[in-house]
Design a protein around this ligand. Structure first.
Ligand code: NAD
Ligand code: IPM
Ligand code: MN
Length: 352
């Protein structure tokens, strides 16, 4: 596995997660080999680029990529993100960004109604609003302007809709498509049409299309009503922070950037960023990174080991071990220690 801890709290939560993954591996007889790559903003400062020239070729040789986060206040995000995160997602055709959102034991939602939430966001991850088509011109002039094209293709929508429909069919059969098709955004009637035609061949899936603005409100009012949500790149990005917060904190939210055909490596990273406001203080919540690690184990065919890791951090949370963002006062190291201890305690139950 290639590991890029990156910047900010990535440098804190990635080592924490690796410690736990190594412990899981030893219980399950797996050999996880980590190739630590110090690519991030320091690499950019030293070499003028986030990735070495052959960085993507290096990554291509791995079974998976485990990423923390990139981004620092003194380097424009356009360098850090277009220099590392986005090229990885695109080069390896990681067109599904899978973001499970689930109530964790003992963790309270900020919502008054605390009914359990269990949904999955399937975010389109290679096209849409995140296109490279656009730019800024007439800088500094009174009529300065910026243009961004949203680029949607029939194959691009079809493949993500197919993935989402298959996932919904394995779950509770509900699929919500995030849209904005009321005639204002030209791409969205196309999105709707393609999603509808894909889902038509899955009669067991009930498709609802919801306007993104109303859907955002509904996710706050009735998040437990959702099963699978399929969304374009930008809509899915926004909904995943919202949904993460609704279950307690974005610090616990995981994600898997999947190349479902497995031609290329997939990448596993938390939903959150490098959190410069808390970086270096030892207070970051490692659960999003740990859970992303469990998604990685599962993707690599180690479902039992993944379940063990999830059970371990759930048990720590259930016992009240939690960071500040979850209302606790534990640091990253306290949570890590508690998870390691539960991995050992649960070992007999989960070991093959
Ligand atoms: P952020 O997700 O880093 O932080 C948002 C808020 O959530 C902050 O208050 C932060 O303290 C808190 N938070 C996030 N993760 C937490 C955790 N694990 N534990 C406790 N609190 C946590 O988003 P931002 O502040 O908008 O972005 C910061 C930088 O990260 C920017 O440069 C941005 O571009 C980058 N970013 C990178 C990625 C990535 O690499 N995948 C993702 C999102 C943002
Ligand atoms: C995420 C992040 C990225 C995105 C940013 C940092 C480019 O917010 O992974 O959710 O928008 O995809
Ligand atoms: Mn995001």
């Amino acid at each position: 596995m290639a590991v890029i801890a990156g910047d900010g709290i990535g440098l804190e939560v990635v080592p924490a997660a690796i410690e736990c993954l190594d412990r899981i591996a030893s219980v399950h007889g797996l050999s996880l080999r980590w190739n630590h790559l110090d690519w991030g903003s320091d690499h950019f400062r030293a070499h003028g680029r986030m990735l070495p020239v052959d960085g993507l070729e290096t990554l291509a040789k791995h079974d998976a990529i485990f990423l923390g986060a990139v981004g620092v206040p003194d380097i424009p995000d356009v360098e850090t993100l277009w220099g590392l995160l986005i090229p990885i997602r695109r080069t390896f055709d990681q067109y599904v960004n899978l973001r499970p959102v689930k109530t964790l034991p003992g963790v309270r939602s900020p919502l008054a109604d605390d009914r359990p939430i269990d949904l999955v966001i399937v975010r389109e991850n290679t096209e849409g609003e995140y296109s490279e088509v656009g730019g800024r011109s007439h800088r500094g002039q009174p009529h300065e302007l910026a243009v961004q094209e949203a680029l949607f293709t029939r194959p691009g929508i079809t493949r993500v809709a197919r993935f989402a429909a298959a996932l919904a069919a394995q779950r509770r059969g509900g699929l919500t498509s995030a849209t904005k098709s009321n005639g204002i955004v030209h791409t969205m009637p196309f999105w709707d049409e393609v999603v509808r035609s894909v889902v038509a061949s899955s009669p067991e899936v009930e498709l609802r299309s919801e306007l993104i603005d109303a859907l955002a409100a509904s996710l706050v009012l009735r998040p437990w009503d959702y099963d699978v949500i399929v969304a374009s790149n930008l809509f899915g990005d926004i909904l995943s922070d919202l949904a993460g917060a609704v279950t307690g904190s974005i610090g616990s939210a995981p994600s898997a950037n999947l190349n479902p055909e497995r031609v290329h490596p997939s990448m596993f990273e938390p939903v959150h960023g490098s959190a410069p406001d808390i970086a270096g203080k030892g207070v970051a919540n490692p659960v999003g990174q740990l859970w992303s690690g469990a998604l990685m184990l599962s993707h690599l065919g180690h479902a039992q080991a993944a379940a063990h890791l999830i059970a371990a951090f759930e048990s720590a949370l259930a016992d009240g071990v939690r960071t500040r963002d979850l209302g606790g006062s534990d640091g990253t190291a306290d949570v890590t220690r508690a998870v390691l201890e539960r991995i050992d305690r649960l070992a007999r139950e989960y070991a093959p």
